[in-house]
Every structure is written in C-alpha cells, then in structure tokens.
Design a protein around this ligand. Structure first.
Ligand code: AMP
Length: 326
C-alpha cells in the first residue's frame, strides 16, 4: 500500500483536531469540488462531534448540482484548526485566502509537487484524480471512516470527470476504488445525464467554435475567446473555459488550447495534449499543471504568439522523433 505512513499520519491528525476546514483550488472543476465535498461528508458522518467546515470562496455553475459549501468561518475559528487543501498545487491557487491562519495544513494533491507546502503532504501525480486518493483513503480505513452514499457520489463525480470518463491516468487501483464507491449506491444514470446533456444554445456556441478554430503549421488546434464572443453567446467565464474540450478529438492535433480573454486584460490559456508532455511550455510562461493538461496566464498578443510558436515547435519535434501517434 503506497504512502501508508503518510495516510496514517493524516488519519491521526484528523482524529486529533476538533476543528477541521476543507478547501480546494479556485475556479473548481469536478475533482476539486468532489474531493472537498466527499471528504467533508465522510468526516462529518464519521465524527459528528467535530466542527468540520467546507470553506471555499467561489463555486461552479456547471456543477451547481453538487451543492454549496458551508461558508467561510471567522478568523477565530482558524486558530487551533486543521486545514486540508485538496487538488491545489500552490497555496496562492487555494480558494481560501485565510489559509495562513490555520494551525496546521495538510496538502493532498495529484499535481506534480513543484511547490511543496503544508505540514503533511500526500502527493501522487500518477493518480487520475484527488477524488481517487480520497476514495482510496476511505477504502484503506473503511473500519474507521464512514463513506456514505452521498460522499461516494461526490467522489465518483470527480473521479469520472478528471479521468475524462476513465480515459486518462487510469490504473487497476482506479477501477478497484471506483468499484468501492459504486458499491455504496450511486445513481450513475442521473449523474451522467447531469454531466453530459447540453443546452440548445451551447450547441450553437460549439458550432461557432468549430467554424472559427485555427491550426498551426504542425497541428496545434486553438481558438481565442474574446470579450465580444463571450457577450455574443452570453457565456460565463466558466462556460468559456469549457471550450478547450471541443478540440480534443482532431486527428493529428496532439496539442490543443483555448485562449480565454479576461476583464483585467490577461488571457488564460487552457492547454491539453495526448502523447506530448506540455507542462514544460506552461511553466515557461509562469503556469504549470500535468503532463497532458496544463494552464498559464498570458499578457498581450506578442506573448500569445510566442506561446503558440512554442507549442508548435514542441509538436513538430515530437512528430519528427516519434511514430505511432494519431
Ligand atoms: P485548467 O486548464 O485550468 O483545467 O488547468 C489544467 C491544469 O493545469 C490544472 O490541473 C491546474 O492545476 C494547472 N494550471 C492551470 N493554470 C495554472 C497556472 N496558472 N499555474 C499553475 N498551474 C496551472
């Protein structure tokens, strides 16, 4: 069992503290929300005598069906509290500006550990999701932690979304852990309907993206979503961010990215790939992420052009050095 000493230490910290705060990264996806809500639900069911608070400062419209957080406690609550940070590589990216007030911090993450923080760190970059790690934690200590059907549903949501519906970073353990969650009783038909169905207006937006996306010389697919486009389709930032997934199934385009313009004049790039590792390019521009899913914040047309050129060169090099890609 991998990292057993660390998970033992995390369990004893959880037992030791009467006040526990659970947070995750800003602009949450299914994994951030699912892992935080799943862990909070399981710990609340296991330790009803403890004060356990899900505290983050933003939410997700697309995943609103998962429900809201508990709200931010006052500063006094933090002193003497344990803060568990989920799916968050750096403290700055945490959706909780009060993190410095907590007595101790535990980092649980599946991003490369470029920026270590916290008193205990459990980081496994090869995991499909943090939900997989939290579900593994619940499974390892199943005689001591109560995994309610609700907790299992939260964790399964993040597991299926972050693994791209069991496509990315899936191991035998992923499936055994998924089995553990399914055995708790999850309405998967309802979950997939919630995750998969689109509004009519969204399909209209998709057709705009397919009409306007571009491709670099060696096959990097990209599109820039300006303020005008967001207004035309009445898109929230979160919806605009979803654009990147529309370009994932183009043969020969092993790298694809969406450039989303923000109100403050910056452009957030969401970068994805298959076979090619793209986190190095994201890091060069002050961003980061996983080998095949990264992001960065760019400033101005010149930097965007340079970023696209770097992605194109990386792909050209990959294609000339490798065979069997598609
Ligand atoms: P996203 O496109 O926002 O889903 O990001 C993909 C991955 O890249 C996430 O797992 C993030 O942790 C990471 N990431 C995105 N933006 C940044 C950034 N500015 N700095 C560091 N990591 C980032």
């Amino acid at each position: 069992m991998k990292n057993k000493k660390i998970t033992d230490a995390i369990l004893s910290k959880i037992k030791e503290y009467g006040k526990i705060i659970i947070s995750r990264h800003l602009r949450p996806d299914g994994d951030a929300l699912g892992s935080a809500k799943g862990l909070a639900e399981a710990l609340k069911a296991t330790f009803p005598e403890k004060q356990i608070v899900l505290a983050s400062e933003d939410g997700s419209e697309n995943l609103a069906f998962l429900g809201k957080d508990d709200g931010q406690p006052d500063d006094g609550f933090y002193s003497g509290a344990l803060l568990i940070c989920l799916d968050c590589g750096t403290p700055e990216r945490l959706s909780n500006k009060k993190y410095g007030l907590a007595k101790e911090i535990i980092k649980i993450d599946h991003h490369p550990n470029i920026r270590p923080y916290g008193d205990i760190m459990w980081v496994e970059p090869e995991r499909s999701s943090v939900c997989e790690m939290i579900a593994d934690f619940c499974m390892r200590y199943k005689s001591q932690i109560v995994t309610t059907p609700k907790a299992a549903g939260f964790l399964y949501t993040g597991l299926v979304t972050d693994s791209g519906r069991f496509k990315y970073s899936v191991s035998g353990d992923t499936m055994r852990i998924a089995g553990f969650l399914l055995d708790k009783g999850i309405d998967t038909e309802l979950l997939f309907a919630r995750l998969n169905l689109d509004d009519y207006s969204w399909l209209k937006y998709k057709s705009f993206v397919y009409k306007n996306m571009k491709m670099t010389e060696h096959g990097v697919a990209y599109i820039r979503i300006t303020k005008a486009t967001r207004e035309k389709f009445a898109l929230t930032q979160e919806q605009a961010s979803e654009t990147v997934y529309m370009m994932e199934s183009i043969k020969g385009c092993l790298i694809w990215l969406a450039l989303i313009d923000y109100e403050d004049g910056t452009t957030r790039v969401r970068l994805r790939s298959r076979f090619v590792h793209i986190n190095g390019v994201a890091e060069k521009y002050g961003g980061g992420g996983h080998e095949c899913a990264s992001g960065a914040t760019l400033r101005g047309a010149k930097q965007i052009k340079a970023f696209l050129a770097d992605c194109d060169s990386l792909l050209a090099e990959y294609k000339s050095d490798h065979e069997g890609w598609i």
